[in-house]
Design a protein around this ligand. Structure first.
Ligand SMILES: *[C@@H]1O[C@H](CO)[C@@H](O)[C@H](O)[C@H]1NC(C)=O
Length: 393
């Protein structure tokens, strides 16, 4: 029963890794001018992350989107060497959209295992096969012209191929997940993916939740509802928060305003209150990399270890407890329109994500199709997602 023993081993490691509750940032393969990042770029990022003043923990982890170095066919991404040099833990990623196979991703990964051995594999805390592929294929993603996605069945096939490819390597005991926006996790058609993985990665941006009362004062509640809903459909599997953050500058989005003050509020109310030290968390972000996105999410400028705001966590919080959330949310959610279920639950999310790095790192991709605009959506699309979602709860 090789299959079940693999699952058991993976589950064991998954719980071990979760217990470590790593802190890190997302990091795409390219810079804001779309040029490739190389080893020294990642060394600079990882050093800044680890040296951030007043950080509420050690930010010594990173989430990558691909194993492949930009400008190369199937060479390992140079982030690996930078991680080894700086002792940075890695949630790896395999780019799974717009392709019928993941051969180059697996080839790059295998080269890295051979080249760096346990120096590399000891730092790998997880593998995500895909990033927001289901979102881009969802009604919301299609409405938002979010770009090329992937079918759940193909993702499952890729997950199986990955497991086979690393079966005889130290990575066989590293948990395998998939990262997607919170709303698609509850779509029953996608349950085959939940069944195939060891942990769920969830991307959540209350900032983009049009029509949901997305003023900063409501951001903690919007986050909670989406996060709790994801946990609710995870079947007991760990849920890692793979992208979340609030922009410090850029245009307003419905009731949401981008400012340093609001980015700090979100850091406190979502990061400090709900995530840091409680679940593996990859904040969005340390360094912006999509010139098409008018919203700037980086918590620091030019990789300074002195961030835009004080990272110190407060001891008290403003976000009400979950029971109060429900009561206060129904009013703000009614703006989303016609569906009773969404209005009542108030947890409609916008199926949003800025998709920024995801597109930037797409090895052969267009590079900018999604940008910040993927987050925009019609109320109708939101309600369709939410309607499908809440039938599960
Ligand atoms: C549910 O998931 C399937 C497969 O990913 C997708 O085709 C469909 O559009 C999704 N439904 C909604 C309402 O987004």
């Amino acid at each position: 029963m090789r299959f079940s023993s693999t699952i058991a081993a993976a589950a064991l490691v998954a719980s071990t890794a979760a217990a470590d509750n790593y802190l890190g940032f997302n990091s795409g393969a390219t810079k804001a001018d779309r040029s490739a990042k190389f080893k020294e770029d990642w060394v600079a990022e990882f050093k800044t992350a680890q040296g951030l003043k007043n950080a509420p923990g050690k930010f010594n982890a990173v989430r990558l989107y691909t194993n492949i170095q930009a400008y190369a066919q199937d060479d390992p991404i140079e982030a690996f060497e930078a991680a080894i040099e700086t002792e940075t833990y890695m949630l790896l990623g395999i780019w799974a959209s717009g392709t019928t196979n993941i051969d180059k991703e697996l080839s790059a990964l295998n080269k890295a295992i051979k080249k760096y051995g346990s120096k590399f594999t000891d730092l790998v805390i997880g593998m995500s096969v895909g990033s927001e592929d289901l979102y881009r294929n969802s009604v919301t993603g299609v409405t938002n012209e979010a770009g090329v996605g992937q079918d759940p069945d193909v993702l499952v096939k890729f997950i199986e191929q990955y497991r086979k490819a690393v079966a005889d390597t130290p990575l066989s005991s590293v948990p395998v997940g998939h990262v997607d926006t919170w709303d698609v996790w509850g779509n029953t058609t996608n349950k085959v993916v939940v069944d195939a993985i060891d942990f769920l990665g969830v991307d959540e941006y209350p900032y983009y939740e049009t029509g949901k009362g997305n003023a900063i004062s409501n951001s903690g509640q919007l986050f909670d509802r989406a996060y709790d809903a994801t946990i609710g459909v995870a079947g007991g599997k760990p849920v890692w928060v793979t992208e979340t953050g609030w922009p410090s500058s850029g245009p307003a989005w419905d009731e949401a305003e981008a400012s340093v003050k609001n980015a700090k509020y979100y850091w406190n109310e979502v990061g400090c209150r709900r995530l840091f030290g409680k679940t593996p968390t990859f904040w969005y972000t340390l360094r912006d990399s999509n010139p098409d996105n008018k919203m700037q999410f980086a918590i620091t400028k030019d990789l300074s270890t002195t961030p835009l705001f004080d990272l110190t966590c407060p001891t008290t919080f403003e976000t009400p407890e979950a029971s109060e959330n429900t009561a206060s949310s129904s009013g703000s959610a009614t703006k989303s329109g016609s569906s009773g279920s969404a209005s009542e639950t108030g947890s409609a999310s916008a199926g949003n994500s800025n998709g920024e790095d995801s597109t930037a790192v797409q090895p052969d991709g267009p590079g900018s199709a999604a940008s910040g605009l993927v987050a925009s959506m019609t109320a109708t699309a939101a309600l369709a997602v939410v309607g499908a979602f809440f039938t599960l709860l």
